[in-house]
Design a protein around this ligand. Sequence first.
Ligand code: PMP
Length: 290
Amino acid sequence: MKIFIDGSYFEKDQAVVSVFDHGLLYGDGVFEGLRIYNGRIFKLKEHVDRLYASAKALSLEIPYTRDEFSRILNDGVEINGKSGSGQSGYIRAVVTRGSGDLGLDPDKCVRASVIVITGDIQLYPEELYRSGISIASVSVRRNSVDSLDPRIKSLNYLNNILAKIEAKQSGAAEGLILNRDGFIAECTADNIFIVKDGVLCTPLLTCGALGGITRGAVLEVAEQEGISVLETVLAQYDLYTADECFLTGSGAEIIPVVTADRRAIGDGKVGPVTEKLRSAFKKYAESYGG
Ligand code: PMP
């Protein structure tokens, strides 16, 4: 595995960063998780745009143009032997504030650091994509927009990690995070969708969700498949009374949910709309041309 750090490639055990990097000291930075399907990066432009938007929101200057950054990502795919047809993989792109001193002042960090890891990911065993997972509401609330806007994909994931710990402690695979007003925001690293009476619904981004690239792709695919979609405000009631539910993320892809807070969703089995979207999404991703 060849890992890109600030213009050079390193083997896995040689790929190291400074202990003075503010990404490590303060979680000061941004990141992206991207998928490679059939030898190509899925939704490259969307990921790069989101990365630059997250960085802009943090006044973090990425030391490459968007085209240069895209080239670095594509080079990583090539160099790591993942550009052939049929190849798949996962890329983690990280931009930290860079090395500074022990104070948090970002102005003391001279230059942002860029790290690109091109490898693989399997968040859930294959079996769970057929049987579905359980989710549980957690007590920790989603960061509010006036503290740390959830649309920023920052290196500060403690809000999500606290939620993940709580969900696992209650025996669920994933945590359902509500916003300050008690409405559904998202799960710890995934967006959430429900299906009710044939309509595919997902929380508005303003409810406290990251603008997921997979979320966007699923909305696109659903429209192509003639499924009505609705971005709206959802409460736990809507989830408990839904016919189907699934989560989306670049890591998890589309993972069905069959129980929430120990209640069966619909008949407690993976539903037909979820199945249809899973297979349509797979086709869409495999044939994606950029
Ligand atoms: N929400 C959160 C909090 C995330 O970290 C992610 C990314 N894993 C998502 C949603 C899904 O976004 P994407 O589809 O772009 O991976």
